[in-house]
Design a protein around this ligand. Structure first.
Ligand code: BG6
Length: 483
């Protein structure tokens, strides 16, 4: 028995996610020598008949998703030699018996079942695996979206929880796999400089933005039932918020990070239905121009009904009800077809308590943490303008991470897949976190579903509806790009 050997069983083996993310990430891990020699990847799907046909599919669909600079024919062939294939019809229990027999014939070791399928298949697959005894000792990976609301996510978690213990369940939020997001923990808890200032006494407001230039990319059908609040806020943005706001954890590789994130999620001030229009703005893009290219309106995308009221943009004001953060607004924002692709956290510090040098210029100390692209940190400070007087001007200290670290950044999926194989749960979402996030989001979803006014329009290539700026103006602040 080799303890680090593994079998990685990929349901949805011919799906979009397998093609774009999972198989390329496994290739990279293989190339980097991070996978045990004897580890096998068993793809499961319905369409390909046999292994030869599946390998043909990989050649045609996956090869092109590996960055050219990382591609090496010999390494690729070695990677392909790890792959097995099982054709499986989910409705046939007999197919799961065949799957079990094939798995039993492989070297023993960790067994991972990755469900890169729609959430409606999670429970049937888990039950069928349990019926043939494959749940024992295995790890199961669930992709987002995990449900549609609190009730459906609870239903999935309850059913999966009857078959797998919580320590066997790896719920993916790929933002947690990003190097830059992990670096947030390093910034906060690997330095003494920031921590004493990271609280209501010194922080005036915080902004967290995940802006995309892309539209719905052929996923109109799926997206139209989802919308930005479910697609980005319930998971990625609330995870970022909880990392920014959490108390120092006891240790990183344990449940303590997840415990601290949970405390933040449970401290979010519940949104009262009557207040929703004051603290939440939803938008939908119209036609516009992004970097010189004309792009169509959301409602004209394939799979989207012309009268759709699905939001492609959300801005929120969130409050955290605890001693550290009472009264500090956190502004969250995400949208498709915005002016730029950027994920950024802005910490606005308070003004100096007394302007000893005379008039202070507008603006204050501010820390801008750019997660992507081009991870960087910029700290804005005041400096004296050269000359006779005491005029101050804003200057900044910059840290670009690629100047320090020349090695390639691991893709989020690669990191997370390695964590699953190595049994590291810290970067996966625990059930209670997920539940707390749904619980907070749900009143907004409910209110929007019953309101008869739809999302506010914004032109593609802009920063969203004007109401998102007005919301910040009420707090005497503005989004970073409006400075
Ligand atoms: C996914 C969403 O979870 O995250 C997509 O479903 C979105 O709609 C994507 O485009 C953004 O991820 P990234 O890593 O490109 O910022």
């Amino acid at each position: 028995q080799n303890d680090s050997s593994f079998t990685f069983v990929l349901f949805g083996g011919t799906g979009d996610l397998a093609m774009r993310k999972i198989l390329p990430a496994l290739y990279e891990a293989h190339k980097g020598g991070m996978l045990d020699e004897s580890g096998k990847i068993v793809a499961v799907a319905r369409v390909a008949h046999d292994k030869a046909e599946y390998l043909q599919w990989i050649e045609e669909h996956v090869r092109g998703h590996v960055p050219k600079s990382d591609f090496d024919e010999t390494v690729w062939q070695g990677f392909l030699s790890r792959i097995e294939y099982v054709q499986l019809d989910l409705s046939k229990q007999g197919d799961f018996v065949l799957l079990r027999d094939q798995l039993l014939a492989l070297p023993s070791g960790i067994r991972v079942f990755y469900l890169a399928t729609g959430p409606s298949l999670f429970v049937p697959i888990c039950r069928a695996l349990a019926d043939v005894g494959l749940n024992e000792g295995a790890r199961i990976v669930l992709e987002k979206p995990l449900g549609y609301d609190l009730a459906s996510s609870n239903a999935i978690n309850d059913a999966v929880g009857e078959i797998f213990a919580e320590e066997q369940i790896y719920r993916i939020d790929h933002y947690l796999g990003k190097e830059s997001v992990q670096n947030l923990l390093a910034l906060r808890f690997g330095n003494v400089l920031f921590e004493p200032l990271w609280r209501r006494e010194w922080v005036e407001s915080i902004q967290i933005t995940i802006a995309e230039e892309l539209g719905v990319e052929g996923r109109g059908d799926f997206y139209n039932q989802t919308g930005a609040l479910r697609d980005m806020v319930q998971n990625h943005l609330l995870q970022l918020l909880s990392i920014v706001a959490m108390e120092p954890p006891h240790a990183i590789e344990s449940d303590s990070v997840r415990d601290e994130k949970l405390r933040v999620l449970r401290s979010l001030k519940p949104v009262q239905r009557g207040d929703i229009s004051k603290v939440a703005v939803r938008g939908q893009y119209h036609a516009g121009v992004i970097r010189g290219t004309h792009v169509p309106a959301y409602a004209a995308e394939k799979g989207v009904p012309p009268d759709s009221s699905t939001e492609t943009f959300v801005a929120l004001k969130v409050e955290i009800e605890n001693w550290r953060w009472a009264g500090v607004p956190f502004f969250l924002r995400t949208g498709k077809r915005l002016a730029d692709r950027v994920a950024e956290i802005v910490v606005n510090f308070r003004q100096v308590p007394h302007p000893a040098l005379g008039n202070m210029p507008a603006g204050q100390n501010r820390l801008v943490i750019r997660l992507q692209p081009n991870e960087s940190i910029r700290l804005y400070c005041q400096a004296k303008q050269p000359g006779e007087g005491w005029d101050l001007a804003q200057v900044h200290l910059d840290l670009a991470f690629d100047q320090f670290f020349k090695e390639n950044r691991m893709e989020a999926y690669q990191r997370l897949l390695l964590d699953v194989i190595n049994g590291r749960l810290a970067l996966f979402v625990r059930r209670d976190e997920q539940e707390a996030a749904w619980r907070w989001v749900e009143p907004i979803l409910d209110e929007w579903a019953t309101q008869n006014k739809g999302p506010k329009p914004y032109a593609a290539g802009t920063w969203g509806p004007a109401a998102a700026s007005a919301m910040l103006a009420q707090h005497g602040t503005c989004w970073l790009e409006e400075e």
